[in-house]
Design a binder for this molecule. Structure first.
Ligand SMILES: [Zn+2]
Length: 79
């Protein structure tokens, strides 16, 4: 079987595939977030287990980096 490694921590993922690894191609949510952080600028470091607050922080960060969107955004609910 082909051996694949997580691009972040280089952990070997023997049974590779989205079924065995929900965060494929990363071994974990943490590594997915690390990759996202690098992608967003390479300055965001995660040194502790990921928490829900961290995920929300990333979402807010990603949102803040978007160009000003036209009013018709299906993901945003204006009260
Ligand atoms: Zn990893």
């Amino acid at each position: 079987m082909e051996k694949v490694r997580c691009p972040i921590c280089e952990r070997t993922m023997d049974q590779h595939g989205p079924k065995e690894w929900p965060d494929w191609p990363f071994c974990s949510k943490r590594c997915r977030m690390v990759d996202l952080g690098r992608w967003l600028g390479g300055t965001y470091h995660i040194d502790s287990p990921l928490k829900a607050e961290d995920v929300e922080g990333f979402a807010a960060l990603a949102d803040s980096l978007k160009p000003a969107a036209p009013s018709a955004d299906p993901h945003r609910e204006e009260a």
